[in-house]
Design a protein around this ligand. Sequence first.
Ligand code: SF4
Ligand code: SF4
Length: 151
Amino acid sequence: MTVTPASFIKGAASLAAGMGVTIKSFFQPVVTSQYPREVLEITPRFRGHIKLLASPENPLENMCIACGICVRNCPSGSIKKVDGEKREGEKRKRATVYMLDFTTCSQCGICVESCPSKALGFSGDFNIAGFKRADFYFDLVKEFDKRKKAS
Ligand code: SF4
Ligand code: SF4
């Protein structure tokens, strides 16, 4: 291929245009983050997996009364088991087990809306990862207790 003066000028102009775009971007505001070193604040409307919410009277207790309404209402059958026990002196049961299969959950929110105790919300957990299906099958009571211990 022979380089003519015209093709050389065209190539140099194209290179200068490309460099112009690159140099201009050095002076633009940064729009990306250095994840995972820098973690952005998640918007409150983000829907991660469902989580049990704490009682306003006792933040160490979750508000689930193990009524089973969410189990019956979940269109995906993702809430596999909810169980609870009635402690001495308490009028209602407290959840002791709440098994969620997050692999089938569509984050539709029906369980959150239909819970009579307002015991459910969405977590801001956006980066859960695992190698096997079982990693996304978890007990929300244990997850709640872990969160409370960490806070
Ligand atoms: S989360 Fe709500 S609807 Fe589901 S079992 Fe608990 S109290 Fe009932
Ligand atoms: S968000 Fe929807 S799919 Fe997920 S557990 Fe609740 S009702 Fe089921």
